[in-house]
Design a protein around this ligand. Sequence first.
Ligand code: PNS
Length: 170
Amino acid sequence: MSTERRAVCPGSFDPITNGHLDIIERASRLYDTVYVAVAINRSKAGLFTVEERIDMIREATAGYGNVRVESHQGLLVDFCKEREIPAIVKGLRAVSDFDYELQMAQMNHGLTGVETLFVPTSPTWSFLSSSLVKEVAGYGGDVSHLVPELVFRRLTARIAERRADQQGKS
Ligand code: PNS
């Protein structure tokens, strides 16, 4: 068993937001190594491919020094078992997050004994989600203060590409 203290921050990260980054940064101060596990969901097409999401997270977290970004398919508990990760770190934005997160934490603990630690999201980002960022940006709203700059540039470009594709089809 490794003595290195490891934790994982899991999610879809389509794309990473300042809220995710806040939780990853705080986890990186508490653990020796923080894995960011980007879930591969074949049934749900994202705005960005998993590889693109990973690239953005790697760039956004490069300064922390102890963050490793990987994709994963299947159960999160298996990802943890394979890498000897005893803790999952999750941000809680509001009470409404709690129900589902508690269920998952209890299920995951029952499956392999992995612990889940909840970190209260900074109030600055308590309303923030990747879905809302995409929706607002899709309608031309300004989301530049909600995502890292490198994500904002790629998000704007991707939305413009999608719009051009739509116009080409109609
Ligand atoms: O950002 P999301 O989409 O809310 O992430 C949800 C999460 C962490 C469950 C997903 O990223 C994941 O890792 N799915 C893998 C399947 C799994 O382990 N599900 C939970 C069973 S209790």
